[in-house]
Design a protein around this ligand. Structure first.
Ligand SMILES: NC(=O)c1ccc[n+]([C@@H]2O[C@H](COP(=O)([O-])OP(=O)(O)OC[C@H]3O[C@@H](n4cnc5c(N)ncnc54)[C@H](O)[C@@H]3O)[C@@H](O)[C@H]2O)c1
Length: 400
């Protein structure tokens, strides 16, 4: 085989770091993707999104000769293993959509070859891996299907791919052997599970994180409604108290994974995943809570609100499913206007932070980007749940 591994969806947030990591560890890796622009960027050595050490690592991987990006799908047939890392969204009814995996399988079917290792790296609705086995049987091709869910935190993939254990499961001993060998290039820390267990472990990891954020957010809302300063409560709960130390701080919790994966578990349990649903209501309700708090303090209808941070989390450029967007849309009803600002997301109409401060009557820190720590607010009132601004005493204050 010309390639050790072909990554389908290899220009995405999970797929590209994985492809780079394989190439840097000596695997001959070829990327296939339907996004022609992203493919061209990668070929040109330009990282299409923010990733710690991404730019240097991409150039190094291309220089090594181990990383290839091809339009020609026949490279799939020339690869010992095929890794699928396409997005796996939920639909408008909050139920998992199999369309993405089905589409990628059908589209690439003519290029799969007998005895190929097919690794599912996307986050999957439980049972999807087995569904892929049945699909291959129906199509009359013998594939070794393995499930190895990606668990990196977006933006830190290149570091975490080797720092985190890799979960590996397969339906055949041959598939397991080959999948373990492939991922051993990234780390010695491999945890072997049944495919269904690997699917569940990934979803539970994300749901657990989402639940923890929801807990912090609900505590924040309760304390604030009681008139207490949650920053002090948080300090009291967590400082030098090990059993409280794992509570995250409050803040917008969203993005392309946590909500979706929690809802996949809700769908799996016929909507009986009560704690997951409750977490969704709390996390998705935080923008409304922020607006309610602002309305109780200011004549919001006559004010322009500056939103600081539009990406779904700090210090990255990914705006997918960001609660900053929900806040902006809700404010269309509640305020005179909004001004959106982000140092990393370049989008028509967005302004820089200084301009947002100048033009807004009141500000919200929606994403705790590092650079806001030194932002001058010139006396503008600000709502900063994250406590990212310097010397802040309360979530709502008159800055000086
Ligand atoms: N983003 C993360 O940090 C992260 C972390 C862990 C797990 N995941 C999971 O990884 C999967 C991918 O997420 P992502 O954030 O990388 O998504 P993404 O949208 O950034 O990347 C998906 C890539 O697949 C490509 N693609 C989609 N359909 C295709 C097709 N039919 N043929 C070829 N290419 C196709 C897209 O063009 C895109 O480049 C999801 O299941 C997600 O839940 C993501």
């Amino acid at each position: 085989m010309k390639y050790d591994v072909c990554v389908i969806g290899g220009c995405g947030h999970a797929g590209l770091p994985l492809s780079i990591a394989f190439a840097l560890r000596g695997k001959r890796c070829v990327i296939v993707d339907r996004d022609a622009d992203a493919m061209q960027k990668v070929r040109d050595g330009v990282m299409p999104f923010m990733e710690e050490n991404g730019q240097e690592s991409l150039l190094e991987a291309l220089k090594s000769g181990n990383l290839d990006v091809r339009d020609d799908l026949s490279v799939i047939s020339q690869s010992d293993a095929v890794v699928l890392v396409v997005g796996t969204p939920i639909d408008s009814h909050l139920t998992p959509s199999f369309g993405a995996i089905d589409a990628v399988l059908e589209q690439h079917f003519p290029y799969f070859v007998e005895d190929q290792l097919v690794v599912l790296r996307s986050t999957l609705y439980p049972g999807t891996s087995e569904r892929v086995v049945r699909w291959a049987e129906r199509r009359g091709v013998r594939l070794h299907v393995a499930t190895c869910p990606e668990r990196i935190a977006e933006g830190f993939a290149l570091r975490e791919i080797s720092d985190l254990p890799q979960l590996v499961g397969s339906f055949s001993s041959e598939g397991l052997k080959r999948a373990v060998a492939l991922f051993s290039a990234l780390t010695d820390d491999i945890i072997v599970l049944e495919p269904l267990e690997a699917e569940l472990a990934k979803l539970f990891n994300n749901a657990w994180r989402y639940i923890k954020f929801a807990t912090a957010n609900q505590f924040f809302m309760i304390a604030t409604e009681c008139g207490a300063d949650f920053r002090n409560v948080y300090q009291g709960m967590t400082a030098r108290y090990p059993r409280g130390a794992d509570l995250p701080g409050p803040g917008f919790a969203a993005g392309p994974c946590l909500f979706k994966d929690t809802m996949q578990l809700s769908a799996l349990t016929n909507n009986q995943f009560f704690i997951g649903h409750a977490s969704m209501l709390v996390n998705e309700g935080l923008p409304q809570f922020v607006i309610k708090q602002m309305k109780s303090r200011y004549p919001l209808r006559d004010m322009t609100v500056g939103i600081l941070g539009m990406s779904f989390k700090a210090n990255i450029d990914d705006m997918r499913d960001s609660l900053s967007l929900k806040l902006r849309d809700l404010l269309e009803m509640e305020a005179k206007g909004t001004i959106c600002s982000d140092p990393f997301v370049h989008f028509p109409g967005f302004v820089d932070a200084e301009e947002a401060v100048r033009r807004a009557d009141v500000l919200v820190v929606a994403t705790p980007h590092e650079q806001y720590k030194t932002l001058q607010l010139h006396g503008k009132p600000v709502f900063d749940i994250w406590n990212v601004l310097p010397e802040q005493k309360e979530p709502v204050r008159q800055s000086s």
